[in-house]
Design a protein around this ligand. Sequence first.
Ligand SMILES: N[C@@H](CCC(=O)N[C@@H](CS)C(=O)NCC(=O)O)C(=O)O
Length: 302
Amino acid sequence: MTASTDYTPPKVWTWERANGGEFANLNRPIAGATHDKDLPVGRHPLQLYSMATPNGVKVTILLEELLAAGHAGAEYDAWLIKITEGHQFGSGFVEVNPNSKIPALLDRSTPTPIRVFESGSILLYLAEKFGAFLPKDIAARTETMNWLFWQMGSAPYLGGGFGHFYAYAPTTIAYAIDRFTMEVKRQLDVLDRRLADNEYLAGREYTIADIAVFPWYGALLKGTLYGAAEFLSAQDYRHVQRWVDAIGVRPAVKRGRMVNRTWGDPSEQLHERHDANDFDTQTQDRVAAPAALVHQHVSLGT
Ligand SMILES: N[C@@H](CCC(=O)N[C@@H](CS)C(=O)NCC(=O)O)C(=O)O
């Protein structure tokens, strides 16, 4: 790998397969399927194809919240897509998400199945379908959308920017780490100021905005994302900490965080979810993944 200071971009970039650092085997400059593979289909109306990264967890938390709130139509099968093994490039997955990233949802309850990709779009689709976790009042609804879109726009700076250069880049580049740390701390301060005066991001109600932001910034402040809590002085964001603690104890959030998780404490893993009882009875092989693998899984945020 050429040191960044010695690099002069050529007139035309060409793909060197070995130059992608930690995720070289996954990163490609072209879209589309690499192999034929149909997706499995279970018995429930909603079929989720995902993994328990922050983007994946947003959707499983909302589904568990919907079920807890009595929306039986939100029953779902959650299939594991191992992104570190390239399952997102299978032909069936690409039909549901041409962008080859988890999470992807197929709603089979409609006359023609509806595909939904992009975690923000999935949250909005489900919130509208069930009329829940999205306020009806126009001002609160708009505030919910403001923070939902804020999260979708901000997370790439956190994951693809800060997380990548702090935790994964093959060279340690002070300029890149400084630039993205500055931005992530600014984002945390944006959240902290908002949550100083408001219980939840959209105001009094817990909404899909909280569900979108929590898996990213909650994990960051609790040190489970990039191991960066101390580096970022996580304790300084006390209003965000209060909000993270309040959301983290919700039973549906605890369940949602387990779904499609294949690393960490075995008692917190549910590789696939096909029934509400799976949380109590599942006996599948729940082996703690090696630390390096955990590290890799939670990194693929953007
Ligand atoms: N903006 C997308 C981002 C999804 C995304 O980045 N997914 C990652 C995991 S968190 C992924 O599937 N990465 C696989 C890859 O890049 O090949 C969303 O919010 O759904």
